[in-house]
Write a protein that binds this ligand. Sequence first.
Ligand SMILES: Nc1ncnc2c1ncn2[C@@H]1O[C@H](COP(=O)(O)OP(=O)(O)OP(=O)(O)O)[C@@H](O)[C@H]1O
Ligand SMILES: [Mg+2]
Length: 449
Amino acid sequence: MSEKQELAIVVGFYNYADLQSLERFLEGSGIVILSAAQDAQRVFDDAVNLEADAALLCPQVSGYRPQMIMDLLLHVDRPVPVVGWVEATSDDGRAMMAHGAKGFVTLPMDAHQGNKAVQLLRQAVEEAARERRAGEVKARPVPSSRLQAWQERVITVWVPKGGGSTRTTLAVNLAVALSHASLGNQPTCLLDFDMAKGDAHTMLGFTANVKHAERHGWPLLERGLFDLVVGLASRWAQGGENIITPVLLRNYTVRWDDDSQLDLLPGLYFPHQADAEEFRNRQMVYQMGRRVIEVMRQMYAFVVIDIGQDFTRPLHRAALEAANEVLVTVPPTWTAVVDAANAMQPLRHYFGDLSRFKLVVTRYSSDFGLSEKEIVGEVGLPKLVTIPHDAVVAETAINSHMPFVLTDEGPLGEAVRELVATYLPYLVQKRKRGLGLLSGLKRALVRES
Ligand SMILES: Nc1ncnc2c1ncn2[C@@H]1O[C@H](COP(=O)(O)OP(=O)(O)OP(=O)(O)O)[C@@H](O)[C@H]1O
Ligand SMILES: [Mg+2]
């Protein structure tokens, strides 16, 4: 017992007096403080550069961002687990754990909290090392005292009809609503698995085209699904699916915006990419898809997947099989309704029981001459929500790179928020507050631009 390994930590503190009492409690514990700072970036840099084993972090330090916790835990060189150091009366500890912290101690420091800090830091280091060896990571949000329980989910948005079936629109708005601080505030990953062409990144304002980046000032993407598949393919024969780890996947995702916990795996930028040799090995691509989803499921509370129409293509099939729920988006046109209805029998053949498949009537207006009742009757899946037709709101949102779920107070935004509330029951309360929520949000958006 006395031969416990010495641990080196970095500390982010708010009150100097707290730091002093911490030092007293750590004396003789085998834990040494390498650096202490009141600035989050300093803590982060020191943790990496000084090769700390762990960080004790007070979220009140300036520049604190919750994503730091995961960034440290998944750091390529070595994991640096974070233990929170929070006010006893706050909800910060739970919030930090929701972002991957390994536990928390509360202020003010007393002997009990001092002992707990020693114990938690040691456990955190062991757990992070174990996770890194196993190639997994745990960032399961714990239901906080302020939030009600929610259910972690993989949600695939799909419909067999092509072009304009609003799959991508729904996937993007759903992912943004689940993750944005003003709404769901859950760690969420959007996977663009459309094997014909990806455009979720364009809706979110990114580009893979250097000219567009220069001309419009849009953030340029460096990597995405194509690079992931091609990179994996070269090593697949040796390593198989075990080479897909959280650390690896982190290199291919991009954070959408600081006010959301949304990471995007950008899809195929250019149409010819789907024809690359690597994509022709269907079995390999299917296995890659399954494994990527499983690893992402460990890293995020929600994984939303956008796919193309053909359910036999390997990434589409992987997404449909792995999903806890498949949202089938059907607009009120007979071609779409008939395509969806005709797909039910083959779907049963491929995927068995269809209880995971739910209908979303989309782009709906009774003016188009087809009733909701007819659509539901024909497709035969239970309907979760109807999203009304509003071309102005939908197209403006795409052109301004701002998903309408964050800005539209009308029926379109409301319908998607209603859908999101089925996954996060606490949003029902937020939605009731309605206007207040969105006016607060608009201030946030103005501040950003
Ligand atoms: N509720 C709505 N009302 C009217 N138009 C909408 C609505 N939702 C989306 N749209 C419009 O429908 C068009 C197609 O949407 P989207 O790209 O999401 O479809 P998709 O099914 O992903 O198509 P693709 O085959 O390209 O993958 C977009 O121009 C979008 O603005
Ligand atoms: Mg699409």
